[in-house]
Write a protein that binds this ligand. Structure first.
Ligand code: BGP
Length: 484
């Protein structure tokens, strides 16, 4: 067997988010979250994503049940009651880490109260204790699209500066409660999502906004400050912890070598790396200041904001990577739908059933680029293939397409490591089948573990190992040396 390219102690594992797996949306004092309000919409009716709530009227219609009653994220896959069984399966695969998020409204049901909900805290104590039994390190996302709905209704989410205090109180509660159990933290999942979905990224109802872009960047500013304050609090409370940011990374290629296309790709790339420029380098980049000026965006900052961002950058950069994009200098190019973002079709790549253009080499390219730019450790915290799976009459699930996807990406990550990129770990997305973020489908599956449930919540919830389960087990057992 060949020698592993992956460092000793490399954190292999899988990733999920509370809103997509837990269910039990109103149990033990949990408040409603933003994603509890998103209904399932059949494919023919929705295009490629359906997660935005735009106005108070719409929100109320959802609360009153006027928009149907199929809210898949309320049921998840019942991890809340089945976490022991699920963690045992992760342990069987040899996971070194499990990335999960904490549901903010389980801890602070409304988001703005002073005291946390003890029953919510106890649930995660139980989960962390279960992980500890198997020596699985938790990697915790503090906010993964689970803002308490009350913060939308009362404050219009992150548009309001008071959210900083609420978030910091929540984060500090987690740090002091779990300081002996959790050493790896992430502040905001895919912090760049607000530009696509202000509701999911920032809890803002857009119809209420006078100037959408201004509000988005203001909300982001509040998140940057909140994130830096969480970094400060984390280091103060848990000196041996590491805390990172999380970006939905979009590597952008020029459509041709025409300088207009190259420039367009560079500018798209800057739009994506703006977030990590702030969170890793600790300041707003000059190209963004120019963009704000040209677009009449004026951020309201308070004294001390720039200092806190500068003084408390993240320890590492984590990201999701599913595909690459193409930019064209000419504006009339057909757009390809993707993971919340869009670009021009790449004729050299195949796409998934959801139109996401599969590009393993792009992952190496992007890792090299980000490491060159930031010189901090990277952590691949999401990567994977959403696909329809078939259960054969004998009960087996032969997901060779998923193995092919993961193998090719892990191989490219290995090459990036050989070329000197520092990588802490790899957690494939949706290690157990879960509810899709963008479409609320159950039938868009990512897991090594199949869950018997359909888009309407029918099924036994029984867990079954797919073919990829044993494959990933071998990958971990050989520290990535055997990808066959
Ligand atoms: C990321 C999110 C995840 C996840 C993944 C796959 O953007 O952080 O929550 O779901 O994408 O997306 P989807 O579920 O839409 O296929």
């Amino acid at each position: 067997m060949s020698v592993s390219r992956f460092p000793e102690g490399f954190l292999w594992g899988g990733a999920t988010a509370a809103n997509q797996v837990e269910g039990a949306y109103n149990k033990d004092g949990k408040g409603l979250s933003i994603f509890d309000m998103v209904t399932f919409v059949p494919k023919e009716k929705r295009g490629n994503m359906a997660m935005e709530v735009r106005s108070e009227e719409e929100l109320n219609a959802r609360l009153n049940g006027e928009m149907g009653d199929n809210f898949p994220k309320r049921r998840g896959v019942d991890f809340y009651h089945r976490y022991k069984e699920d963690i045992a399966l992760f342990a069987e695969m040899g996971f070194k880490t499990y990335r999960l998020s904490i549901s903010w409204p389980r801890i602070f049901p409304n988001g703005d109260e002073l005291e946390p909900n003890e029953a919510g805290l106890e649930f995660y104590d139980r989960v962390f204790d279960e992980l500890a039994k198997y020596n699985i390190e938790p990697l915790v996302t503090i906010s993964h699209y689970e803002m308490p709905l009350h913060l939308v209704q009362k404050y219009n989410g992150w548009e309001d500066r008071r959210l900083i205090e609420f978030f910091v109180r929540y984060a500090e509660t987690l740090f002091s409660r779990y300081k002996d159990k959790v050493k790896y933290w992430l502040t905001f999942n895919e912090i760049n999502i607000s530009s696509i979905s202000p509701y999911i990224g920032s809890g803002m109802l857009v119809d209420h906004l006078e100037n959408r872009e201004q509000a988005i960047y203001q909300a982001l500013h509040h998140q940057f400050v909140a994130s830096a304050r969480a970094v400060k609090a984390c280091h103060a409370t848990i000196p041996d912890a590491k805390i990172g940011c999380m970006l939905a990374r979009m590597e952008v290629y020029p459509e041709t070598c025409h300088p207009d296309d190259v420039l367009a790709a560079l500018e798209e790339d800057q739009k994506n790396l703006f977030y990590t420029d702030v969170q890793v380098r600790g300041k707003y980049p000059s190209y963004m200041k120019k963009y704000f000026k040209d677009n009449h965006i004026e951020l309201k900052m308070e004294p001390g904001d720039e200092e806190i961002i500068a003084n408390y950058p993240v320890d590492f950069l984590s990201f999701s990577y599913y595909m690459s994009m193409v930019a064209s200098g000419s504006s009339d190019k057909k757009k390809e739908k993707g993971n919340f973002f869009s670009g021009v079709k790449n004729p050299y790549l195949e796409a998934s059933d959801w139109g996401w253009q599969i590009d393993p080499k792009g992952m190496r390219i992007t890792m090299k680029k980000m490491y060159d730019r930031y010189q901090v450790p990277l952590f691949v915290v999401e990567n994977g293939l959403g696909a329809y799976d078939e259960v054969e009459p004998d009960g087996s699930i032969n997901d060779d397409y998923r193995i092919d996807y993961l193998r090719a990406h892990i191989d490219e990550m290995g090459k990036a490591i050989e070329e000197g990129v520092e990588v802490m770990g790899y957690t494939s997305w949706g290690c157990i089948d879960l509810i899709s973020a963008s479409t609320s489908e159950m039938s868009k599956r990512y897991g090594f573990i199949y869950v018997d449930q359909d888009d309407y919540g029918n099924g036994t919830l029984e867990r079954k190992k797919k073919k990829s389960f044993d494959w990933y087990k071998k990958v971990i057992a050989t520290n990535g040396a055997d990808l066959s």
